[in-house]
Design a binder for this molecule. Sequence first.
Ligand code: 13P
Length: 249
Amino acid sequence: MSNSAQFVIAGNWKMNGMLDESLKFIDSLTENPNPTAVEMVICPPYTLLHPLAKPLAEKGVTLGAENMHFEASGAFTGEISPLMLKDAGCHYVILGHSERRDMMHEDHALLRKKLEAAWKHGLEPIFCIGEHLEEREAGTTNDVLKDQLAVLEGTDSSLPLVIAYEPVWAIGTGKTATPEQVSETHAFVHEELARLGRKCKVLYGGSVNPGNAESLMACQGVDGALVGGASLKADSFMDIVGAAARVAT
Ligand code: 13P
């Protein structure tokens, strides 16, 4: 089920995007320079999933959602179910984004339920992990990531999964982790995944932009990017896709 492209460049639009401007965004997307090397993904807010599914597919872009509830249906006012995401044409669903962990208090037990629900209904989770600034400064980054990844313990390793390492201090701040920090941390995440019996893509996220994308994608162990702000404009999103295509081997 997982795409075999070397890189995944996924846009997380967060709480941004109106219908008209989003259709214009899609119109302005240029051709993926190397679709076998780079998979393009857009995760818009729920209201745009149905109307964008077809136009994105026509441009070769995979659709994802930003979150979901773990139940398939029922009395959960305001929630969205995995079946609804499938019905809208989603392949991916972002789970465990730090904004949801921090603002909506999503914890490990809840995220385990969401992961299992995504797999049950044929969605591929983009599971986000990342440390806060105090944790990086205290030297506990690897402990934090290990703890977040422990949610995968005992899950079926043949089920599709993408990890996104997003240091919280780099999100929306314009501060990116240095290539050394990125390479070191991605090596640790891959090691930890191997210990859990998993081999999967690990994307980097946090202030990725056209200016830094090439050096970030060139870091050992980086298999793509989860992009917030710079994914809202078609030209900067395409520039990041282009940077990944240049780095692809
Ligand atoms: P920015 O690219 O805006 O820093 O956001 C990163 C992010 O949170 C993607 O999920």
